[in-house]
Design a protein around this ligand. Structure first.
Ligand SMILES: Nc1ncnc2c1ncn2[C@@H]1O[C@H](COP(=O)(O)OP(=O)(O)OP(=O)(O)O)[C@@H](O)[C@H]1O
Ligand SMILES: [Mg+2]
Length: 371
């Protein structure tokens, strides 16, 4: 693999009195597609700029493989960046935009021609070399920027919300291409986004940031299924979030929890719990089944509740239901339409329904010891 390992150690950043990065440490593997995910203002760009060398940290270190790069100027680091805006030279052709870093190195014409051809091929623009940036679509411009960032063969590519100027469909498409480019060249990608779908769909691992801190690092499914804190549970996807008290610890991986206004439910837990502990539990809406018929013959420890449909949002491929189970508790549930109108009984507003889910599908996010 040609990529570098990137190690961020205890990085702090102050802008005047404002604490923008708080003790950030990350270990990014060679060739990994690694995302920094978090809401606007959480410090993603600042961290990327520190790795690139456009910004100095107030404290801490950044290593590429075993080399401390903080003393090394941005243009001397084997790192390149693709920005949100295309930053192409408007008066230069696509070919010359991509060739620019090679021209700076005074590479002979024949070598430039061959290499630019190769990288235009990589980003699927083999015939557009003669055009000006103004003659390209947004997606094509961003591909030129990617080719230009890759042509010097950096060992790390930093991408700061590179697709955010594109519409949703094109973004999806470009994301797949970006993933293919990553697979082909095999260097380390650090991808910044505030879009959780984007981060989940392409990353090997994701670091979730909030207010200058890294709050969880994990694979997309770890982040989604086992959020480390309430912030991650809410930020990644939609969820049902309940507070209760442990009534019984079962087989080491499960517990029975009393939820005020709901009753006792079985949950999955990977923390050391005791009876009386306060817990916060998340149940994803797609894990909950809904029907106007009472579920029968369900295996294992099933949670079954009765409720009334408070609200119903139809969106073609699925419906979202808000089901009130008591004066104080409402669950959101997604139901995929496998064969709408055929094997599913329609559920309407105000209907009485049953909702149920397996004990493995409620996850304890937070636990507070009973003093
Ligand atoms: N040069 C600067 N001077 C002062 N404050 C700054 C500077 N650069 C960033 N900040 C502040 O640091 C915080 C983090 O900014 P940053 O640009 O890293 O956020 P971000 O996560 O990239 O957000 P976005 O998703 O909106 O791009 C913000 O509150 C921002 O206002
Ligand atoms: Mg930013």
């Amino acid at each position: 693999m040609k990529g570098s390992q990137v190690t961020v150690k205890g990085v702090e950043k102050y802008f005047g009195g404002f604490h923008a990065l708080k003790n950030v440490s990350l270990g990014i593997n060679k060739g990994e597609f690694y995302s920094l995910l978090g809401p606007s203002g959480c410090g993603k760009t600042t961290l990327l700029r520190i790795i690139a060398g456009f910004e100095d940290p107030s404290a801490g270190a950044v290593f590429l493989d075993d080399r401390d790069v903080i003393p090394i100027a941005a243009n001397k680091r084997p790192v390149n960046t693709v920005f949100q805006t295309y930053a192409l030279f408007p008066h230069l052709s696509v070919f010359e935009n991509v060739a620019f870093p090679l021209r700076l190195k005074k590479l002979p014409n024949a070598a430039v021609k061959e290499k630019v051809g190769e990288f235009l091929e990589l980003v699927k623009l083999p015939k557009e070399g003669g055009k000006l940036p103004s003659q390209l679509s947004g997606g094509q411009k961003q591909r030129v920027a990617i080719a230009r960032a890759l042509i010097n063969e950096p060992s790390v590519l930093l991408l700061d919300e590179p697709l955010s100027a594109l519409d949703a469909k094109l973004r999806q498409h470009m994301l797949i291409e970006l993933d293919a480019i990553h697979d082909k060249i095999g260097i380390t990608f650090i991808y910044v986004t505030h879009d959780q779908q984007e981060a989940l769909s392409v990353s090997d691992r994701v670091a979730v940031m909030n207010e200058g801190e890294v709050v969880q690092v994990g694979t997309p499914s770890e982040i989604y299924e086992s959020p480390s804190c309430p912030f991650v549970a809410h930020f990644i996807g939609e969820t049902n979030y309940l507070g209760g008290e442990v009534a019984e610890v079962l087989d080491g991986k499960h517990a029975r929890v009393d939820f005020p206004g709901i009753g006792a439910l079985y949950v999955y837990q990977d923390k050391p719990l005791s009876v009386g502990d306060g817990v916060k539990v998340t149940v994803r809406p797609e894990k909950i089944r809904i029907s106007s018929d009472k579920p029968e013959g369900q295996a294992g420890r099933m949670n079954v509740l009765e409720g009334t449909v408070d609200e119903l949002i139809y969106s073609g491929f699925q419906s979202k239901f808000f089901v009130r189970v008591s004066a104080s508790a409402t669950f959101r549930i997604f139901r995929q339409h496998v064969k709408y109108f055929m094997d599913e009984k329609a559920i309407n507003w105000k209907d009485k329904v049953y909702i149920w889910w397996n004990d493995n599908d409620g996850y304890v996010v937070e636990a507070e010891k009973n003093p």
